[in-house]
Design a protein around this ligand. Structure first.
Ligand code: CTP
Ligand code: MG
Length: 225
């Protein structure tokens, strides 16, 4: 069974909008509804939606009540960090779950083709992330903003979600992070910590995370595309 955990419990501080960014609308549809639609139409069986406790009613009224997302199985409360939110989701999946996708509610431009392809690839790779080659040169700086060094660009990838795993593997990685007090900025970094290999699948530059107000403008253009 294939389950996706969609995390939407963040505060969206960088967006500086009155409502949580995933409820902003693109072409009259809340961002979270566009994201959910992609998974509803894919080979996913269950959707676990992780929300801020205070926004559950709002989400039911403005997203879940307005569209027919029959695959949404559970609504789970988020935590203080993304990692906590994902962990809450991981502990709540149906026990038949073998394959897990973890996805940001704020990435509506994922496609069902990408989702289905990733699920098929799990036979070969038990841990995968979507990524695109970085376009900019990336520098490592030291504390006083002087450049320390410049990693070779052809080795650098900008990593997105979904991140895709065999359930046992990702649960083990999250349990270990919890036990060892490890914090990572994505899911795969916790898998790296337990010494397992993670494969990069080439994703799409369109699969942006809506983070700041400029991203909403880009998103409107991408939606029309
Ligand atoms: N997220 C979550 N729980 C948290 C923090 C983040 O479920 N405690 C989710 C967000 O809702 C988002 C995804 O993780 O869909 C990626 O995080 P990010 O883009 O950083 O969103 P926010 O944390 O909401 O935004 P910001 O960092 O600007 O406050
Ligand atoms: Mg954040």
């Amino acid at each position: 069974m294939n389950t996706v955990i969609i995390v939407a419990a963040g505060k969206g501080k960088r967006m500086k909008s009155a409502i949580n960014k995933q409820y902003l609308e693109i072409n009259k549809k809340p961002i979270l509804a566009i994201t959910l639609e992609k998974f509803q139409n894919s080979n996913i069986d269950d959707i676990i939606l992780v929300l801020n406790e205070k926004e559950v009613e709002y989400c039911k009224e403005n997203v879940l009540g307005k569209y027919n997302f029959s695959k949404v199985k559970f609504i789970i409360n988020g935590g203080k960090t993304r990692q906590e939110s994902v962990y809450n989701g991981l502990k709540s999946v149906s026990k038949e779950t073998l394959n897990i996708l973890i996805h940001d509610g704020a990435r509506p431009f994922i496609t069902k083709e990408m989702i289905n392809k990733a699920i098929l690839m799990l036979d070969k790779y038990p841990a995968m992330v979507f990524g695109v080659p970085v376009k900019d040169t990336i520098k490592i700086s030291n504390q006083d903003m002087y450049i320390d060094n410049t990693p070779e660009r052809n080795k650098l990838w900008s990593i997105q979600t979904p991140q895709i795993f065999k359930y046992n593997l990702i649960l083990r990685a999250y349990d270990n992070a919890y036990k060892e007090n490890i914090e990572g900025t994505d899911d795969s970094s916790l898998v790296e910590k337990i010494g397992e290999r993670v494969k990069i699948i080439e994703g799409s530059y369109n699969n942006i995370k809506i983070t700041t107000p400029e991203d909403v403008k880009f998103a409107k253009i991408l939606y029309e595309d």
